[in-house]
Design a binder for this molecule. Structure first.
Ligand code: NAP
Ligand code: ZN
Length: 350
């Protein structure tokens, strides 16, 4: 075991503060990574503040699951990575590798998977600690290769925001000729717009923030709709093949279900804790469907990273030192970031 600098929160109402945590020495199959950048996902806020009833927070919590870093050590059995490689780690650090989900490449749905933080740590006991830290040790099966042509600070958010929007769009066949909506222009939403554009769809960005129109068009949207404007919404009734809802707070999804065409699908990736009220008639008329999606499997995450390398896709980031993380949380809650904070982890040793 060795010590690593980190930022943790001691309770749901405590600010994040400097801390020292323990990491395991790499086992035979482990990769040790010096963390360069870690994105701030809204899920970090949900969990630091214990907002998810289904996944109660264990304190202290070290959040962070959008990790990019350099390999500093490898176990004897590691074959895919060498010291010096630029690598990534997302929301998953382990799974049983034997169940039908794992064998199908859906490690995120494995009954025995381990999330990167706030999840039982089978090596050290307690819970796993995430990427707001100088170092992490991860089984090589959960380490991703980062395309060398992309800016590492802007790649970090791809490890969660990227795969969480890429995966459902692939699953639901977003492609040329399809009309696709992305609801909420935050960290996930702005990646959703970029991917839908890259897949050739006609992209409509739905936002509650009038000030985001110009950005939405720059990011690749063909149209912008202010979601609180009922007239603007009505113009799109019954016309969408697919809508991806990335909103982090309670909101009315029925207005979006009404915009789907026959057999259209609305997929939720945004994760407010409060249950949604769904008007059944909205689904029945038009045989529409409502579903959810959780990040993506490891092979698909690598596919997404390679796609981003080929198409030069990264997140729009504001790079901050770790000392500004509490301020960044407040700004994220006000939608005051374009469009993802990426923490420069070198700041930890200041
Ligand atoms: P974010 O950057 O804060 O973006 C959320 C966006 O939702 C905001 O930018 C805002 O967009 C919109 N919004 C916020 N409050 C709203 C309200 N009261 N009414 C309407 N719109 C509102 O968050 P994120 O990091 O993208 O994460 C979004 C959600 O996805 C979170 O709940 C997170 O936990 C979840 N998540 C899920 C997965 C998964 O695997 N399913 C993975 C990662 C994250 P506008 O200003 O454009 O309206
Ligand atoms: Zn996330």
């Amino acid at each position: 075991m060795y010590q690593a600098k980190a930022y943790s929160a001691a309770s749901a109402v405590s600010p994040l503060a400097a801390d020292v945590i323990v990491r395991r020495e790499p086992t035979a199959s482990d990769v040790q990574i010096k963390i360069l950048y870690c994105g701030i996902c809204h899920s970090d806020i949900h969990q630091v503040r214990n907002e998810w009833s289904g996944l109660p927070t264990v304190y202290p919590i070290v959040p962070g699951h959008e990790i990019v870093g350099k390999v500093t050590g490898v176990g004897a059995a590691v074959t895919q990575y060498q010291v010096g490689d630029l690598v990534g780690v997302g929301c998953l650090v382990d799974s049983d590798a034997t169940c039908p989900e794992c064998r199908a490449g859906f490690e995120q749905f494995c009954q025995n998977m381990t999330l990167t933080y706030n999840f039982p740590d089978k090596h050290l006991g307690g819970v796993t600690y995430g990427g707001y830290s100088e170092s992490i040790v991860v089984d090589e099966r959960f380490v991703l290769r980062i395309p060398s042509n992309l800016d590492p600070a802007a790649v970090a958010p791809l490890l969660c925001a990227g795969i969480t929007t890429y995966s459902p769009m692939r699953h639901w066949g977003v492609s040329k000729g399809k009309k696709v909506g992305v609801v909420g222009l935050g960290g996930l939403g702005h990646m959703g717009v970029k991917f839908a554009r890259a897949f050739g769809a006609h992209v409509v960005a739905f936002s509650s923030s009038p000030g985001k129109k110009e950005d939405a068009m720059r990011l690749g949207a063909d149209e912008f709709v202010l979601s609180r404007n009922a007239d603007e919404m009505q113009k799109h009734a019954g016309s969408f093949d697919f809508i991806l809802d990335t909103v982090s707070a309670d909101h009315d999804i029925n207005t979006f279900i009404g915009l789907l065409r026959r057999d259209g699908n609305l997929t939720l990736v945004g994760a407010p804790d409060k249950p949604f009220a769904v008007y059944g008639f909205g689904l029945i008329f038009g045989r529409r469907s409502l579903s959810g999606s959780l990040i993506g499997g490891i092979a698909e995450t690598q596919e997404m990273l390679n796609f981003c390398g080929e198409h030069n896709i990264v997140s729009d980031v504001e790079v901050i030192p770790i000392q500004k993380v509490n301020e960044a949380y407040e700004r994220l809650l006000k939608s005051d970031v374009k469009y993802r904070f990426s923490i420069d982890m070198a700041s930890l040793s200041r």
